[in-house]
Design a protein around this ligand. Structure first.
Ligand code: HEC
Length: 143
């Protein structure tokens, strides 16, 4: 079945494609926000975590030791405003030392900023993420 092949292809590509193991949570109908999420996944997910964009680049939760130099703030926890995100994009973070400046520009930068401002800070610790029942439809029943 093609589905099996697709699963294998996905497993092989996981290291290259951050989007493979999860999904963008922003509805496609919200065109600008969705584009912002996709851009965030492509350009920012190496260093930042934000579940809505399926990005896991920050230091893992619970890790107290210093992580990699490029571990940026976790936007599941930290709330951001549009001007702050635009500032960080233009200047390379707030410190200007690690995050590269202008990873996205113009309309792309605005869409990423809108997306981050809307979705950041949603998963504060203790807020308890409930995983809705998905049903068994994605199970493959053997050969
Ligand atoms: C190479 C890793 C790297 C990439 C890529 C990166 N960042 Fe960052 N970012 C960081 C680090 C490290 C910090 C914290 C230090 C600082 O603020 O300068 C940071 C800080 C920030 C901040 C400030 C957060 C705060 O409240 O202190 C924002 C907002 C931000 N990044 C957004 C983005 C967005 C949006 C993108 C994609 C367009 C992006 N970053 C890409 C590493 C990165």
């Amino acid at each position: 079945m093609p589905r099996r092949a697709a699963l294998l292809a996905c497993a092989g590509a996981v290291a290259l494609l951050p989007g493979c193991g999860g999904r963008i949570e922003v509805p496609v109908q919200d065109a600008a926000l969705h584009r912002g999420a996709v851009l965030f996944n492509e350009r920012c997910s190496g260093c930042h975590t934000l579940a809505a964009a399926n990005a896991r680049g920050s230091k893992p939760a619970g890790q107290t030791k210093p992580g990699e130099r490029t571990d940026g703030p976790n936007f599941n926890v930290r709330k951001e405003s549009v001007p702050d995100v635009l500032f960080a994009i233009r200047n390379g973070g707030f410190s200007g030392s690690i995050m590269p400046a202008n990873v996205v520009v113009g309309k792309d930068a605005r869409e990423v900023a809108m997306f981050v401002a809307r979705y950041a800070g949603r998963h504060r610790p203790g807020s308890g993420q409930s995983s809705g029942g998905q049903g068994p439809s994605s199970r493959s029943g053997g050969p």
